[in-house]
Design a protein around this ligand. Structure first.
Ligand code: ZN
Length: 456
């Protein structure tokens, strides 16, 4: 099959043609789930639904949403008893929930292949030159070869002939990796030596690099950045792009479903990979959200026969775009993914506003350069009694002017003195149990537990 031609055709389909395409895929999925998946066989029977009744995205509303807890408890029932011709099981992808049972999803070879194909599509949208050198600042376990018995020093450079995932299917330049547990100044020195074309790192890592690069120019060779794992807020994006002088792109992927959406260059929207999943955004009444309404993101993966999930509740919040995108692509798209880690529902309602107040206070356009200059890392923490602590690592003692600046934005956001903020300077900001650094932590939220699907 000529993949690239089909993918490009799909990106510009008329709505009616897309719906016809989806109806066909959905029909196949329902027939397969009915015959091969015990969980759905029983569920359809109990609901009195024939798989043939589900013919379009709207019909999916007849089926209940599959929760993360149901997936955790019923993995064996969701596993397909048999696979279509030519499909094979590839691997189990586990999301290590630090608060309890992990979520485990078996993926087929086809499903894993989609990670490489969809990532390549995103890189095409973002005009990456695949012949370039990709620097990767990632967690050690993602960089290490599991078969390599020899332990390398922490500041080891890991060399790969190709980029992760994409390089399994396409010719690419080399990838070079460095552990994100190295101190930021070591990461800076490593990047300066490397002169890479592109850099991928967790969103908060890119932000810390941007803070560190305030004082000397980042590598002139860099052409674009990719952020993964955490939500990239508009303020983080501004901070990063101001310092690096190149665009930063984000993608939205899940261990359970693979790549869901990637950002186009022209409109900045996150377009859904229609070949890999169907997306619904639902409000509190489980109805589709209207324009501009933020709701729960529900995905139905389409490429994983090993363990079909129908209407899986991601726990993430998002907002679907309306009207045409400047890039001309007709794929459904998000204007934003909010609350990348199932947290908003657990936190008191106004928490997000305080977080945004801190984000705004540190926006390059709203803070004096000399106040931002010493800042190396920050983290806002919310305590159970709804007091907050802004933890700062800085190269010098924070000035009174800095304290005053932060308080001004805080008071504007809170409007009342009931949510006190302490500003604390620290030599090291604690990491918690997660594999990634979070710049907004809360005692209302268990440690974040989603990791990238595979090495993207
Ligand atoms: Zn677009």
């Amino acid at each position: 099959m000529d993949w690239s031609r089909e993918l490009i055709r799909n990106e510009f389909l008329e709505t009616a043609n897309r719906r016809a395409w989806q109806a066909e895929i959905l029909g196949d999925l329902m027939a397969f789930a009915t015959t091969q998946v015990p969980w759905y066989r029983r569920q359809f029977r109990q609901l009195g639904i024939d798989g043939k009744d589900i013919q379009c995205v709207e019909d999916l509303a007849q089926l209940p949403v599959l929760t993360r807890e149901e997936l955790q408890a019923n993995g064996d029932q969701l596993l397909a008893e048999g696979l279509p011709d030519g499909h094979r099981i590839d691997r189990k992808v586990s999301t290590s929930g630090s608060t309890g049972q992990p979520v485990e999803v078996w993926h087929s070879e086809h499903s894993i292949m989609m990670v490489g194909i969809m990532t390549q599509r995103e890189l095409r949208w973002q005009r990456f030159d695949p012949a370039g050198t990709l620097a990767m600042i990632r967690s050690l376990h993602e960089l290490e070869n599991p078969h390599d018995k020899q332990t390398q020093p922490l500041d080891h450079s890991y060399h790969y002939p190709r980029w992760f995932n994409v390089g399994n299917h396409f010719q690419t330049g080399p990838g070079i990796g460095f552990a994100d547990t190295n101190p930021v100044d070591k990461q800076v020195a490593w990047l300066d030596r490397l002169d890479p074309d592109y850099l991928i790192a967790q969103a908060t890592r890119l932000e810390q690099l941007a803070l560190a690069y305030q004082h000397h120019a980042p590598p002139a060779s860099l052409r674009a950045l990719r952020a993964y794992a955490q939500q990239l807020t508009p303020q983080m994006q501004e901070r990063i792009e101001t310092v690096f002088g190149v665009p930063v792109y984000q993608s939205y992927a899940l261990n359970e479903a693979g790549p869901v959406a990637g950002q186009c260059r022209e409109g900045g929207r996150l377009h859904v990979h229609m070949e890999n999943c169907l997306v619904e955004v639902l409000n509190a009444n489980d109805k589709p959200c209207g324009p501009g309404e933020i709701g729960r993101i529900i995905v139905t993966p389409l490429a994983n026969a090993a363990m079909p999930l129908i209407r899986y509740d991601t726990g993430d919040l998002g907002e679907l775009a309306v009207g045409p995108c400047p890039c001309g692509r007709t794929l459904p798209a998000f204007t934003a993914i909010h609350g990348r880690y199932r947290r908003l529902a657990l936190q008191p309602r106004d928490s997000w506003a305080y977080w945004i107040a801190i984000q705004r206070a540190l926006s390059p356009s709203l803070i004096a350069a000399e106040l931002l200059a010493p800042i190396r890392q920050y983290q806002l923490h919310q305590y159970r009694n709804q007091s907050y602590e802004l933890r700062i690592r800085a190269s010098e003692t924070l000035s009174d002017a800095f304290h005053h600046h932060i308080r001004k934005f805080w008071e504007q956001a809170t409007g009342e003195p009931t949510h006190p903020l302490a500003i604390v300077q620290m030599d090291e900001i604690p990491w918690g149990r997660a594999l990634k650094f979070e710049n907004f932590t809360s005692d209302f939220v268990p440690p974040p537990d989603n990791e990238p699907l595979t090495r993207s």
